[in-house]
Design a protein around this ligand. Structure first.
Ligand code: GDP
Ligand code: ZN
Length: 357
């Protein structure tokens, strides 16, 4: 069982919590009579969901405005079945002052630009929503301790590309091992790569890539992700060091997904730290989304037979024919290899799912 399952359970416990039982201070804006306009909620304010803790959402209102504040909110009963996650834009009504002891009410979610999900495993059709509206994924792997596994990175890449999220890669602990041969596996990808060593963290370079984006950080525990987050966001206070090997949980501060603001002279961005996501099940992934990330190959693949897998044994695959005819060049060849490896990641699935394959 993962922390995510736990979080869901906790949320369930709070589902029927009635926010009206919480004493709230009078708020001149909120105190307008609660008439029949409930479904429309025209006066809702839109805020950024920073994190969720036991059915309570931290929502940032008036982001970068004069009245920026973080409020606590509960979700309205009608949203009981709607997952609301870090990064969501929530419509909030009720007491939105953010004063201590007050509670707003989330009455809706703005359409998401992206949604990072996973299945519990490849055959589990129950989706776990992890992060909404991220446009980048920073994959953190260690050059050693723990040993980097390219297949795990492939799975992160597939999850990112499927969600339309741009992947970035950081290799930490390069003081312990040379990452070159590991990195060679990703030559064919549009992947910005950073290397980091103890005492030589490229925080400025990584920071520059964060400005103007919402970047979800993922990585196996122990790779140095919290160390990196703390270096980028000094106020983050993410717990580092030993992580419980049995549960994969760190201490409390890093047991839930949170949004943290990165700031530098260049501007600001959002870091979304996800603890303990050890893998992404790929049950929901659509191969077409992976191919689409390889724009120039996708154009060639339009000449493939219907339902072509583009894998090495695919009959009449236009990509393989182009490669065999020497039309792809060396880079194109490497990119086809990468594409095929990513497609293979879920061609290996025990139970194929969906259509279009
Ligand atoms: P997380 O589980 O991914 O959040 O990893 P942590 O940030 O807690 O780091 C795990 C361990 O690796 C800690 O003992 C860190 O001090 C150590 N660590 C982090 N980055 C580096 C690095 O670049 N080099 C070395 N040698 N150790 C590191
Ligand atoms: Zn093909």
């Amino acid at each position: 069982m993962s922390w995510l399952d736990d979080a869901d359970d906790l949320e369930d416990d709070f589902e029927d919590y009635d926010e009206s039982s919480v004493r709230s201070r009078p708020n001149p804006k909120a105190n307008r009579p609660r008439t029949k306009r409930r479904p429309a909620h025209e006066d809702a304010q839109i805020g950024r969901v920073l994190g969720v803790d036991r059915g309570r959402y931290s929502v940032l209102l008036d982001e970068d405005g004069d009245d920026e504040r973080t409020i606590t909110a509960a979700r309205a009963r009608e949203l009981r079945r709607t997952p609301i996650v870090t990064g969501d834009r929530a419509r909030v009504v009720g007491d939105t002052t953010g004063e201590q002891g007050t509670l707003g009410r989330i009455v809706g979610i703005v359409d998401r630009t992206s949604l990072l999900r996973r299945s519990a495993d490849d055959t589990d059709q129950v989706e776990r929503v992890i992060v909404a509206n991220a446009d980048q994924m920073l994959i953190v792997v260690a050059a050693a301790d723990p040993e980097p596994r390219e297949r795990l990175v492939d799975r992160y890449l597939v999850a990112a590309l499927d969600a339309g999220i741009r992947p970035l890669l950081v290799v930490t602990k390069t003081d312990l091992a040379d990452p070159s041969s590991f990195l060679g596996h990703f030559d064919g990808l549009d992947l910005e790569v950073f290397t980091s060593a103890r005492d030589v963290m490229p925080t400025e370079r990584i920071g520059a890539a964060l400005v103007g984006h919402s970047t979800v950080f993922v990585g196996h525990s122990g790779v140095g992700k919290s160390t990196l987050v703390n270096a980028l966001v000094p106020t983050a206070g993410r717990a580092t060091g030993h992580v419980n090997q049995v549960t994969g949980r760190g201490r409390h501060t890093s047991s839930s997904t949170v949004s943290l603001r990165y700031r530098s002279a260049l501007g600001s961005g959002w870091v979304i730290d996800t603890p303990g996501v050890r893998s992404f099940g790929l049950g929901h992934v659509d191969p077409a989304n992976i191919l689409a990330a390889f724009t120039e190959l996708a154009a060639i693949a339009e000449n493939c037979p219907r339902g072509c897998t583009h894998l090495a044994d695919a009959p009449d695959c236009a990509l393989i024919e182009a490669a065999d005819a020497g039309e792809l060049g060396e880079t194109g060849r490497a990119r086809l290899d990468s594409l095929q490896r990513l497609l293979q990641t879920f061609a290996d699935k025990p139970e194929p799912h969906g259509t279009g394959r």
